[in-house]
Design a protein around this ligand. Structure first.
Ligand SMILES: Nc1ncnc2c1ncn2[C@@H]1O[C@H](COP(=O)(O)OP(=O)(O)OP(=O)(O)O)[C@@H](O)[C@H]1O
Length: 253
């Protein structure tokens, strides 16, 4: 379970001065749930996911992941999560299998368990054709699958996936979408960000709409449809943004 409580993250840039990239985010993701964070470019999705994944610290507020406080017990949190970030760097001279072995060793996974796990991951993510090719020779989609494989190797309870299908073709996207569904089937918890509305529509149990750092609505898609009178997620989002233009101006402090 993930509990995000009143999270704010203040940044500074020359144009805007101090501003909140995340402004009082408040929500809970239940065990076994797929939770989508949906918003346009610059909404604050990556910042929020990085804070949940302990890569960055909040300015104020508290986050509990799998029972651990991200600020007080980051090591415990990291053991519980698999984090896929947009700028995950892999060692270019290693193959996908070597990459999994390397990270598996870092997590102290016994050899026999690791070998079986690697076999399963290769099948699940359809990596058979390129599993022994060095990463610098792989396509974007193959590298993305390797990044996902890397974050699965310790079989975490919780997956935090930042734009997992960004820039991928439909076949690779489908493999990744299927992977997310399978993980839910195993009782894992998934929070992911996307700006692909239709993807969120087909995958998520619940979504949070985020705009200018504010979570402007959280709920099941069905209830958001009822509230807005819209039938698809794109129109739901636009309805909230139109209202949000007036209601959710970004405070300076
Ligand atoms: N280290 C930083 N210093 C200053 N501003 C930052 C920093 N990191 C992000 N920002 C700004 O914070 C805001 C939120 O960025 P973030 O990357 O979280 O958005 P996003 O929703 O993930 O966008 P995208 O879909 O484009 O990846 C943006 O205005 C961004 O420019």
């Amino acid at each position: 379970m993930i509990k995000v409580m009143h999270i704010k993250k203040k940044f500074y840039d020359k144009k805007h001065g101090d501003f909140y990239a995340v402004n009082d985010a408040n929500f809970q993701v239940e065990k076994g749930e797929i939770f989508g964070l949906l918003g346009p470019n610059g909404a604050g999705k990556t910042t929020l996911l990085r804070i949940i994944a302990t890569i960055m610290q909040q300015t104020t507020g508290q986050i509990i992941v799998n029972g651990y406080d991200t600020r007080e017990q980051p090591e415990e949190v990291r053991k519980s999560i698999g984090f896929l970030s947009g700028n995950t760097k892999l060692y270019k001279k290693l193959t996908p299998v070597e990459t999994m072995k390397f990270f598996g060793k870092c997590y102290g996974i016994p050899k026999n368990i690791m070998e079986k796990r690697i076999e399963d991951i290769v099948v699940n993510l359809q990596m058979e054709d390129f599993k022994d090719r060095i990463i610098e020779k792989l396509s974007t989609g193959q590298v993305q699958k390797t990044s996902i494989a890397r974050c699965m190797i310790h079989d975490p309870e919780i997956y935090i996936l930042d734009e997992p299908t960004l820039g991928l073709d439909i076949l690779t996207s489908r493999t990744i979408v299927d992977f997310i569904k399978n993980k839910k089937g195993e009782g894992k918890t998934i929070i992911f960000s996307t700006h692909y509305m239709e993807e969120a529509d087909s995958l998520c149990d619940r979504i949070a709409l985020i705009h200018k750092g504010k979570i402007i609505e959280t709920g099941r898609l069905e209830s958001l449809k009822e509230k807005t009178g819209q039938t698809n997620i794109r129109d739901i989002f636009l309805t909230y943004i139109d209202r949000g233009g007036r209601l959710y101006e970004l405070p300076k402090d």
